[in-house]
Design a protein around this ligand. Sequence first.
Ligand SMILES: [Zn+2]
Length: 443
Amino acid sequence: MASGALAIRGGWVVDPASGTNGQADLLIRDGVVAAVGDIGPLGSARTIDAAGLVVTPGLIDVHVHLREPGLAHKETIETGTAAAAAGGFTTVFCMPNTVPTLDSPEAIRQLRTEIDRRACVRVRPIAAITKSRRGMEAVDFQALASEGVVGFSDDGDSTADSSIMRAALEAGRQLGLPVMVHCEDKDLANGSMHEGEVSFDLGLAGIPAEAEEIVIARDLALARLTGGWLHLCHVSTGQGAKMVRQAKGEGLRVSAEVMPHHLTMTDGWVAGKRSLVNVDEPAGPAAEVADPNTKVNPPLRPEADTRALLGALKDGTFDLVATDHAPHAAVEKEGVPFAQAAFGMSGSEFALPLMLALVRAGHLTLTDLVRLMSAEPATLWNLPQGRLTPGAPADVVLFDPDERWTPTKGGLRTKSANTPLLGMELRGRVRMSFVGGEERFRA
Ligand SMILES: [Zn+2]
């Protein structure tokens, strides 16, 4: 028996890659999966009793904001990756809207040095599309690809210049990398929440759904023109999902993500509602109206959009679920008027419970959940993770799908507790996370 062997026994293993969905043992040796099934007696292996727990490949989040370099008052590599591990994520892709922007090989190399020293899960950087994300001048796509970035994105803003977007998609096609787009027409999107009945009632300036849809339409046209890989970040409108469905039907190289908060929360939350939609969970205690923690970009939409997004998740229009984990310091949210507060929600520690609520409501199976949150992102980006087959990296998460817990400001791993879910009872909690067979989180 090699030293360092680890046996995870008696859990319910869900692994779409191998079609496993049942009780099985998992043997890890030398950082990789050695065997799955009935592994028999093992003398010296460390053993974890996983009875009553679900055992899956570590989740993969292709959209997080770790806020370093430069914005460590919001989040750090330590706290952001600890939050990821606590949420069951063992690989995250980090967005380049940092200070300085991740727009040069030097910036990527410096970040990678910090990641190697300080991250507790795997982190893969995304590079910007334009220098300083100003939308004026394209980055050196090839030089950045040589540094191992997993895509290009000006997330937080759309790249308004269509000729730069065309160049990015053409470069991405040659480099085998996606252009990951935040679709928002800034001139049209000068409000702070979804434009509709609720924004009119509250007297808040709105962001119409069309601000997203106009840019999705343009970017799909450019994907058609170039043959490049377009990855649509956080699609939030029913019409947007419809356009993605049509583009896929046409054979365009498009992938798309949807966020748990856009599937389960509506713009009614800005008016103080605290009941999740599309699921059967108890409502939370009443909240203040215009709580800045409900301010997010793209904004929470009406219930009809949440239903359309869920339909698109179920019919395969969406490839995956990511979080858009967007931590902000208390001074950027608490006591700040809604219109002036920062956009963004903390996501890493809440994605799994929200997705498990959709499983309990019968919309998805556990296998679907693992496919959307691990296997599919691994397949799209050609990562060796996202599976529990022999030889795969032993990135594993153990969670209790029914454990009830209530997020509190002091009880989270993220540095910033900007979520409207504080004080609401959630179900489903990660118990342990492993990266390459090493324990990185234990509840
Ligand atoms: Zn974005």
